[in-house]
Ligand binder design. Structure first.
Ligand code: ATP
Length: 352
């Protein structure tokens, strides 16, 4: 059921391009004022879903309900959505001010109001003195801000962004993510952003929608998706988890890493499982303190500054481990270590 706070309901949307099933039965309720990131690998259908919302594609099945009304018949330019795409599509030889005012002019807003709005937005994007410059004379980051200001100028009902930061270098991209999030909060505009970058999605989103092969695998707050991934794909896609072969053992326990390590599970005995454990949730101890913990050998070490990244071989498994530098002194390649897994930080999935 659509709640009062649902701004956009993507209701059972599917899309086929000939034989290609780009989207299958997408059902999402997007809350008013929220920032939603559509995240997934190349070809998972992110852009297709955004283009259907924008009105550039039509769904093969399903409905788009904006504030409870079906918008299928409304053409893109009448939906009142602000859009920023990777290519930005600014008019290079027009001034910054004319670019930002473009949508306002099309809507018949008076010259005075256009000037006021442009001035306000240039202040918001912290570029108050560039109104008269041609867009072709701006840096990449400045153009990005102008494209965002242009999309927000019309006070859009929805703000849609497709990989808007992917052309920027890492440092600028980091800064722009913070600015984008602050702008979105300031305007309180419902925002949907497409990205294949999990860090970007974690940084920006109130709700993360993870897609694979045209279907939603999980939709939840970033911390929930990170800590309680719905399946092994999500666990692996977000933060490169270790996926360890395991088996359901007698009396609701699992066995993994060829030892008697056991954790409670609801899977019936004999089921093949996968346990997902993040690198930072594996603890390494001296073998003398191992107890029943499995023992492995350090195969690789890299100092990352505050932490050390290690590969530890345990039987047939290669585990990625990240430990604070203070906790891995004395370790070197070839050292034998006990590997301690915390059930509170482990997700278990059916391997099938
Ligand atoms: P990327 O991150 O690479 O942009 P994406 O997740 O945005 O990928 P889409 O561009 O939505 O994925 O594509 C989803 C699937 O639909 C892909 O298999 C793609 O080849 C196919 N597809 C998209 N647009 C068309 C089209 N116009 N005609 C035919 N197939 C298409």
């Amino acid at each position: 059921m659509t709640t009062q706070n649902t701004h956009l309901h993507i209701d059972g949307v599917s899309k086929n391009f000939g034989d290609v099933k780009a989207l299958s039965d997408i059902d999402l309720k997007i809350e008013r004022g929220s920032f939603v990131c559509l995240l997934g690998p190349s070809g998972c259908g992110k852009t297709t879903l955004l283009r259907i919302i924008a009105g550039f594609e039509t769904a093969s099945r399903g409905r788009l309900m904006l504030d409870g009304s079906d918008i299928a018949q409304i053409p893109p330019h009448k939906r009142g959505f602000g859009m920023v795409f990777q290519s930005l599509a600014l008019f290079p030889h027009m001034s910054v001010a004319r670019n930002i005012a473009y949508g306002l002019k099309l809507r018949g807003v008076s010259g005075k109001e256009q000037r006021n709005r442009v001035e306000e937005l240039l202040n918001v994007i912290q570029l108050p003195s560039i109104a008269d410059r041609p867009v072709s004379a701006l840096s990449g980051g400045q153009r990005q801000r102008v494209a965002i200001a242009r999309a927000l100028a019309i006070q859009p009902k929805l703000f849609l962004l497709d990989e808007p930061l992917s052309a920027l270098d890492a440092k600028l991209r980091d800064n722009m993510q913070i600015e984008l999030r602050q702008l979105q909060q300031k305007f309180g505009v419902t925002t949907i952003l497409v990205t294949h970058d999990q860090h970007e999605a974690m940084m920006l989103a109130d709700e993360l929608v993870v897609l694979k092969d045209g279907a939603v695998r999980q939709a939840a707050a970033p911390s929930v998706v990170y800590q309680q991934p719905a399946d092994s794909f999500v666990a692996d896609f977000l933060g490169a988890a270790n996926l360890i072969d395991a088996g359901a053992y007698k009396s609701g326990e699992i066995e993994l890493l060829g030892t008697s390590s056991k954790f409670a599970t609801h899977h019936p005995e004999g089921t093949r499982l996968q346990a997902a454990v993040r690198a930072e949730h594996i603890q390494l101890l001296p073998v003398s303190a191992a107890g029943h913990a499995p023992v492995g050998t350090v195969a690789f070490m890299r100092d990352l500054g505050p932490a050390t990244e290690l590969i530890v071989d345990v039987g047939r498994e290669r585990l990625r481990v990240r430990c604070p530098n203070t906790e891995c002194q004395g370790l070197e390649i070839g050292t034998q270590v006990a590997v301690v897994l915390d059930p509170a930080h482990m997700s278990v999935f059916n391997a099938a």
